[in-house]
Design a binder for this molecule. Structure first.
Ligand SMILES: Cc1cc2nc3c(=O)[nH]c(=O)nc-3n(C[C@H](O)[C@H](O)[C@H](O)COP(=O)(O)OP(=O)(O)OC[C@H]3O[C@@H](n4cnc5c(N)ncnc54)[C@H](O)[C@@H]3O)c2cc1C
Length: 406
């Protein structure tokens, strides 16, 4: 969505090129889970002046529009992950997400702010015999690699599935409350309704000058956490990120509690959970409209919403006649090899980025943010998610050498 001049409600005088500049040690661009997680890790460092610049409001992007699952792993099953990346890298990727989960678990006690943390575990449900076989293979390999998991050879939800993996360490959260809690805890200086229009490097200082509609910000280090919006901010990302939309719906409260865990089915193409207030959330079916479900348009479409309602009717007779209360969508960034990108912009010496969580940002972002902060402040290079890895098409980051293993 673009910003017309007429919604500039701040009543300030129009900025000119010589308006005063605000100075910060670190500026984060993007107020989603990744941006606020950066703020959280930066708050652990001493005496840093940090700004968080957000075009609209906290969690305006997909961090405020997801299902709130914090899962280990990525969309493929562990056996497929090994086929695709090799054993060591697959292990790294799953352990990486477990570390992300651990950060958030610790944050529950540390922050004392309620973000509806629900340590319910997840079911990965098999929609077919083939999927059950993949679950069985995943189960064996996960156990061999030391990951906690259970295999259930019958349908634990009694809805026609063939079996399930139970990941006891997975959990649910209220994503908007979590994003706000991380920002609040970090005490970051929040600049909302400030879309960044342009970034440039100040030759004399090597610092980054960030232009928003109303401010000029000079930052020693700049962290980009704008995910699906990133190619619009910095065209260099255009060939590196594919932007896809996902849609969800929520019913009004059902009569009874029918699900006790967050659930993924059909290789992650469908997902559902029931909130404590008994509303049922259902999302997915993007695979039925892959060509259409692209870009940043903040819309819901009839084909996907109808497919979701049909699924609801099929699998959840308890929802009959209850009615749909909300329908929404969000946009995500995907990479050519399915792994996130961490790196440094070749054209700006002090601009770093972490983007492309491939639809799993609630599970990955905290550890991504930890690595991004370590890269920008300590020069600690990322390994598997390095943006210059050889498995990526169109990669052109100058920071790290080609990386093939963890
Ligand atoms: C329907 C749906 C369901 C999902 N379910 C799950 C799930 O259950 N579990 C999971 O792990 N993941 C899920 N995801 C994916 C997850 O939501 C994302 O991976 C994650 O939120 C990405 O976080 P982010 O902070 O990187 O990006 P975002 O949340 O998109 O944040 C980027 C922010 O940058 C801001 N911004 C953009 N451009 C500018 C600019 N020029 N200037 C200033 N600010 C700017 C945006 O307004 C936005 O707030 C789902 C996604 C969708 C759409």
């Amino acid at each position: 969505m673009t910003n017309s001049i007429w919604f500039d409600s701040k009543g300030r005088e129009a900025r000119t090129e010589d308006s005063p500049v605000k100075e910060f040690d670190v500026a984060i661009i993007g107020g989603g889970i990744l941006g606020v997680s950066c703020a959280y890790f930066l708050s652990k460092r001493k005496n840093l002046k940090v700004a968080l610049i957000e075009q609209k409001c906290l969690a305006y992007g997909s961090s405020g529009r997801n299902a709130g699952f914090v899962l280990r792993g990525i969309e493929t099953y562990y056996n497929q992950c090994i086929d695709k990346y090799g054993r060591e890298k697959a292990k790294y990727v799953y352990a990486f997400a477990e570390e992300s989960q651990a950060v958030l678990r610790r944050f529950v006690d540390e922050c004392k702010i309620d973000f509806e943390y629900d340590p319910c575990g997840s079911y990965v449900l098999a929609d077919s015999i083939e999927e059950l076989e993949d679950l069985e293979k995943s189960y064996e390999l996960l156990r061999q690699d030391g990951f906690g998991v259970e295999l259930i050879k019958a349908d634990p939800t009694d809805r026609g599935f063939y079996g399930a993996l139970l990941n006891g360490g997975d959990f649910g959260i209220h994503p908007v409350k979590l994003v706000r809690a991380l920002a609040q805890f970090s005490k970051v200086e929040l600049l909302e309704n400030e879309p960044v229009q342009r970034i440039e490097t100040q030759r004399s200082s090597q610092k980054t000058l960030i232009h928003t509609n109303n401010e000029k910000i000079l930052a020693g280090k700049t962290l980009i956490a704008t995910n699906a919006y990133t190619p619009y901010l910095e065209p260099w990302f255009g060939p590196k990120l594919q932007v896809a939309r996902a849609q969800m719906l929520s019913t009004y409260p059902l009569k009874n509690e029918i699900l006790d865990r967050v659930c993924y089915a059909n290789y992650g193409w469908i997902y559902f959970r029931q909130l404590k207030d008994k509303r049922l959330l259902l999302g997915g079916k993007r695979n039925t409209q892959l060509q259409e479900e692209v870009g940043l348009a903040d819309i819901v479409t009839a084909p996907i919403q109808i497919a979701l309602e049909e699924y609801l009717t099929d699998r959840f007779p308890e929802a009959a006649g209850v009615g749909i209360q909300y329908r929404w969508s969000g946009s995500m960034a995907f990479t050519s090899d399915g792994l996130p990108l961490l790196g440094k912009l070749p054209q700006h010496p002090e601009v770093y980025f972490a983007v492309g969580c491939n639809g799993h940002g609630m599970g990955y972002s905290t550890n991504m943010a930890q690595q991004l902060v370590a890269l920008a402040l300590d020069g600690k290079e990322p390994s598997v998610f390095c943006a210059n890895r050889s498995s990526l098409k169109n990669s052109n980051s100058t920071l790290c050498d080609d990386v093939d293993g963890p």
